[in-house]
Design a protein around this ligand. Structure first.
Ligand code: AMP
Length: 114
């Protein structure tokens, strides 16, 4: 059995977090090392390691995460300007191998990589 990710430990309540939202499919927590004035993570309760590991069975969860990202941006008052990022794989900057969406806001993002 593979070792639990830090996010599974947070979901199970074994590690504390700054929890903003949760439902049956996902949690939303503040990132411990924010890269923007607002930086939260949307994490599915199902421990899918990377986006590329998701299957058709996960379609509902993936859609749910995107819809929740929009709703949470609304609740945080940043619906007009935010970024959603998924790092897939170590060479893309993924450090926690439990799928998550970064929601970044609260600053002006320049045109650059994307
Ligand atoms: P990534 O590099 O895309 O895998 O993103 C992992 C993110 O998880 C990073 O932005 C970390 O700052 C964040 N992170 C790691 N541990 C924790 C934690 N215990 N609570 C909140 N965020 C965390």
């Amino acid at each position: 059995m593979t070792e639990e990710s830090i996010f599974t430990k947070i979901i199970n309540g074994d590690i504390p977090s700054d929890l903003l939202y949760q439902d049956e499919h996902c949690i939303c927590i503040k990132d411990i090392s924010p890269q923007a004035p607002i930086h939260v993570l949307l994490i599915p309760k199902k421990p899918i390691p990377r986006l590329v590991d998701a299957t058709l069975e996960d379609q509902h969860i993936l859609g749910h995460l995107m819809l929740k990202a929009g709703e949470i941006a609304e609740e945080l008052g940043v619906a007009d300007a935010f970024r959603v990022i998924v790092n897939n794989g170590a060479n893309a900057g993924q450090t926690v191998f439990h799928l998550h969406l970064h929601l970044l806001a609260g600053q002006t993002f320049s045109e650059g990589m994307v």
